[in-house]
Design a protein around this ligand. Structure first.
Ligand SMILES: CC(C)(COP(=O)(O)OP(=O)(O)OC[C@H]1O[C@@H](n2cnc3c(N)ncnc32)[C@H](O)[C@@H]1OP(=O)(O)O)[C@@H](O)C(=O)NCCC(=O)NCCS
Length: 136
């Protein structure tokens, strides 16, 4: 993501997530020295984005989404493979996901993440537990 395409990330986020990131939030990531945000393009069209921070060897996936028309084509997997390659010295990868989000949980398990804990009632609207998943 760059200054030129922050609006694309915000648009994808708004189309996919309840807790969407605004354009200002996306732009603020660019000033964060720990940030790695990717936007995936298919034939020139922005289709997905992934945001990650890596601090002291721990890489946290903050957000990942793919527009509905582009799902199940390997885009999320491709963004993960790219971010794993971009931060080769990360010792541990961590993320949180709604307990009911079976598509995302299947993706993460497919990539080698495993559930290590639960944050009770972490999400609002609807209230729901978060599953904490990590990958060494
Ligand atoms: C979760 C999400 C990012 C997956 O993106 P995607 O580009 O469709 O995922 P991929 O095509 O790379 O899928 C890779 C693997 O993940 C698993 N997977 C992905 N979506 C799945 C689904 N709906 N059901 C079951 N397994 C799924 C499969 O194992 C898949 O491999 P396969 O297609 O060879 O079976 C997408 O569904 C999305 O944007 N959801 C809404 C936003 C969201 O929930 N983000 C996560 C917040 S924690």
């Amino acid at each position: 993501m760059t200054e030129e395409n922050v609006a694309e990330a915000a648009r994808i986020s708004a189309a996919c997530l309840k807790e969407a990131w605004s354009e200002d939030t996306c732009r603020a990531q660019l000033k964060n020295p720990h940030d790695h945000t990717l936007i995936a393009y298919i034939d020139g069209a922005a289709a997905g984005f992934l945001s990650c921070w890596c601090i002291a060897g721990e890489a946290e996936i903050n957000n990942i989404c793919v527009l509905p028309d582009y799902r199940r084509k390997g885009i999320a997997r491709a963004m993960f493979e790219r971010i794993f390659a971009e931060i080769p010295d990360a010792e541990c990868w961590v993320l949180e996901v709604r307990e009911s989000n079976s598509a995302a949980i299947a993706l993460y398990e497919n990539l080698g993440f495993a559930a290590v804990g639960v944050r009770k009632d972490f999400y609002d609207d609807p209230q729901e537990n978060a599953v904490i998943m990590t990958k060494e």
